[in-house]
Design a protein around this ligand. Sequence first.
Ligand code: SF4
Length: 351
Amino acid sequence: MKAKMWVKSERGALCRLCPHFCCLSAEKPLGRCNVRYYKNGEVFTLVDTHLAAVHVDPVEKKPLYHFMPGSKALSVGTVGCNLHCLWCQNHSLITAAQSDRVFFSDYENLKPLFGQAYNASDLVRFAVSEGIESFAYTYNEPTVFFEQMQNIAELAAENGKSNIMVSNGYFSKQAFEELKSFIHAFNIDIKAFSEKTYQTFCSASLKPVLDSCVRIKEAGLHLEITTLLIPDVNDSTEELTLLAAFIKENLGRETVWHLSAFHPDYEMRGNIPTPLAVLDKAFEIGKKAGIEYIYYGNVPKENNTLCPQCRSVLVRRNGYFVQVSDGFSGSCPHCGQKISGIWHSGQQAKP
Ligand code: SF4
């Protein structure tokens, strides 16, 4: 399939999908994501209609806690990523594209990498028949399967389904101009609040991620933030204080912040798992900064949503058990306080 978001350049093509802005040419045909390929003056996507993972998940698993709680999301992903995070917990999907670069030599025929071909119509029909409320583009970075995501998402929206992008936020301004027309909710992973950490551990930079978060918020779309806390990498009091201040000042105190515990994986198997005390520290820092809704991830803990005004429990969560309190559908039934989020499928969600 021909790729979108590129322009011809003197030596070949410039991909404008993400802030790497790869220069592709006959000599260097493959982008950093390993799934966009230059051939005969054009750029193609190698993931095409092929999905490497398809699964029905609770929306809480994405994680989204203020977006249709208790609903199901049909999660899809491919191979390839525009970041290379040394702790990646889905590294098999990322390295599948990298190893194919070495062992799989059929690029010339533009044969899709890995996975199985799926038809957007069949996926949407399945979601309708199973009462699945949304599609989640997840597992690997959805930016790198932009064309396929758009095909599925537009059809899903026509059939009354919402679209969720679980993303590292490393997409260009131009890409967002299109994303905002078919994505209803984003979970953006802010991996650290340090340019050095992004460069050293992820082969990317922080600024474009923060810019994406601000654009999402300015567009009025639903946004939740996740941070995977890794001991001695991104968990200093100073860094967490800066990150919490960024969220409060630029995204708003009502923006949900998920604090996730790291488990040793991929190239950081020698590191220790995140102690609960680190999550507690980040929680306190976030609260002190004024962030209203902070939740724990990857640890067994109740994650209830409380009314910030009267402290009534509005949504009870324990693992993936979710119970919405009687009478709650966006405003606290006790004091009337409005709670930010999309609380049921009938509530108007942009776009
Ligand atoms: S999407 Fe891939 S090819 Fe395009 S700029 Fe990003 S890493 Fe490079």
